[in-house]
Every structure is written in structure tokens, then in C-alpha cells.
Design a protein around this ligand. Structure first.
Ligand SMILES: Nc1ncnc2c1ncn2[C@@H]1O[C@H](COP(=O)(O)OP(=O)(O)OP(=O)(O)O)[C@@H](O)[C@H]1O
Ligand SMILES: [Mg+2]
Length: 256
């Protein structure tokens, strides 16, 4: 069996009265691409927020890269090697594309603490290379994110994820707001990551996309993992049955 990259044990998140995530046992192996599917409000983004340090879980354990982690925040998770594209994008509206790509890890020319001088040319060059590598087309890098379309923003966020060496990439509905061409671009990035052996968690409502791209499908329903299906051993109808609850996961123990 491949090495385990990420494992959650009993991961649980309650928001004042709402059980958004209950007792999630999830495992991701080296090089594996797994889709998380489920209806609106099923707890998919909540799951992602716990494993990326955006929120602290109510209960449960997260084991990443061989050790138990308690991330203090999203930057902490990024430093550990988890790159995420969030559903509600974490881009800085008032910054241009290179500054967003390097957010939290700016290239420094002269290090004077808070008065450091940033190496803008190096960041711009690296941004151009990153966008070429990921085939993402942004008309003007100096535009602030505020002036970009939803699709362009999403492409910047995905380019950022695919640019930096990481141990795990998580994309929460990366193509939900994208046109046909941009969606194809993002799917190509995901295929490139697969070929490079980079493990990935993809949250998507798009059945065609999921069956095209991933090895395994984990279904969330009402905050619980209710199915863990190998892509080759299931079909769209089966997955929908778990999503809607027509089929239950009572017999199902752990997503491994
Ligand atoms: N900050 C919050 N405070 C209170 N409740 C929340 C909060 N965030 C999410 N919830 C609730 O937790 C549940 C799970 O939400 P979550 O965003 O994880 O769903 P999701 O599966 O990502 O759905 P979608 O497909 O619509 O993105 C929902 O009932 C939602 O209303
Ligand atoms: Mg969501």
C-alpha cells in the first residue's frame, strides 16, 4: 500500500448548534487524486477548512506527512506543504497578480523586517513562468485582483497552488465559476499534477469531471462520510444515490 499523506480520525466541527462535520475518517495516499462530492451544505468545505488550518476542529485528529498536526492558521498549513484553492477565494483584492501569487512568501531584496524591500522583478518573472507552465492566461499581471473576472481570479488561485512545491493540493470547486475553456485549462493542470505524482483532493459537483480525473470518490452527506468508492468500481448513478441518501453508508466504516 502506498504511503499515507493525510489521515483524519474522528474529525468533527460544530458551529453553534450546527453539526457541520461529524466523525470524518479519511485517508489519502501518495500520488492519489480523490474527489469529495456531496450536496450543498454536506460539510465538504468545512472538512477542507479544518485540514488547512482555517478553523480549529471541535474534535478529532489530523495526521499529515507522518505526524499529528494542529495548524495555527492557513499560513502554517502552507508552510507544512498544503496548498489550497478555497471556494471563497483567499486572494487579496488590492494586490496585483504577482503579489497574490507570492502572498506570505514574498521574495525579499533587502531584509529590514517590516521595512524590507520586495524583489518585484523576480516575483513578476516567476509569475510569468508559473502562468506559462500552467497555461493560465491573464491579460495584465499589474491589474489588481479587484478588477478581474471571477474566472480570472480562480485561475490566479489555481496557478498559485500549482506553482509552489507542495505535499498536498486541495481544490474546493475550482471550476464552478469558470467557462468551458478555463475549465479545460484547470482540468489539464490537475492531469499534470497527477502525472507528477502530486496528491490532490478535488471538491466538485461535476460528475463528468470527477469521473475523468480522480482515482476515488468520497461522498459526504449531512456532515458525515457515507461512501468511499473506487472510480473503476462505481458509476454516476451509484454516486448520486449516496449523495441523495437513496443508498446509505450504514455498512461503510472508513474512507481508506
Ligand atoms: N461559519 C459557519 N457558521 C455556522 N454554520 C456554518 C458555517 N460554515 C458552514 N456552516 C454550516 O455547515 C454546514 C456545512 O457547510 P459547508 O460549507 O461545509 O457545505 P459544503 O458541502 O461545502 O456545501 P457547498 O456544496 O454548498 O459548498 C452547512 O449547514 C452550513 O450552513
Ligand atoms: Mg463548499
Amino acid at each position: 500500500m502506498e504511503k499515507i499523506v493525510l489521515q483524519t480520525q474522528g474529525l468533527t466541527k460544530h458551529y453553534a448548534g450546527v453539526q457541520a462535520l461529524s466523525d470524518a475518517n479519511f485517508t489519502l495516499h501518495a500520488g492519489e487524486h480523490v474527489a469529495i462530492m456531496g450536496d450543498n451544505g454536506a460539510g465538504k468545505s468545512t472538512f477542507v477548512r479544518q485540514i488547512t488550518g482555517v478553523e480549529a476542529p471541535t474534535a478529532g485528529k489530523i495526521i499529515f506527512d507522518g505526524r499529528e498536526v494542529n495548524f495555527a492558521g492557513p499560513l502554517d498549513a502552507r508552510e507544512a506543504g498544503i496548498e489550497a484553492v478555497f471556494q471563497n477565494l483567499a486572494l487579496a483584492d488590492d494586490l496585483d497578480v504577482p503579489s497574490n501569487l507570492f502572498l506570505g512568501r514574498e521574495k525579499i531584496l533587502v531584509n529590514l523586517g517590516p521595512f524590507s524591500i520586495l524583489d518585484r522583478r523576480a516575483m513578476r518573472r516567476a509569475t510569468e513562468e508559473a502562468l506559462v507552465k500552467t497555461a493560465v492566461k491573464i491579460p495584465n499581471l499589474s491589474n489588481t485582483i479587484r478588477n478581474m473576472s471571477g474566472g480570472q481570479r480562480q485561475c490566479v488561485a489555481i496557478a498559485r497552488t500549482a506553482t509552489f512545491a507542495s505535499k498536498l493540493i486541495i481544490m474546493d470547486e475550482p471550476t464552478a465559476a469558470l467557462g468551458v475553456q478555463e475549465t479545460a485549462q484547470v482540468e489539464n493542470i490537475i492531469r499534470t499534477l497527477k502525472a507528477a505524482g502530486e496528491p490532490l483532493i478535488l471538491i466538485s459537483h461535476n460528475m463528468r469531471q470527477v469521473f475523468d480525473l480522480v482515482d476515488r470518490i468520497v461522498v459526504f452527506r449531512r456532515g458525515r462520510i457515507v461512501a468511499n468508492l473506487r472510480r473503476d468500481e462505481t458509476d454516476g448513478q451509484d454516486v448520486v444515490a449516496y449523495i441523495t441518501g437513496a443508498k446509505t453508508g450504514a455498512e461503510f466504516e472508513e474512507a481508506v
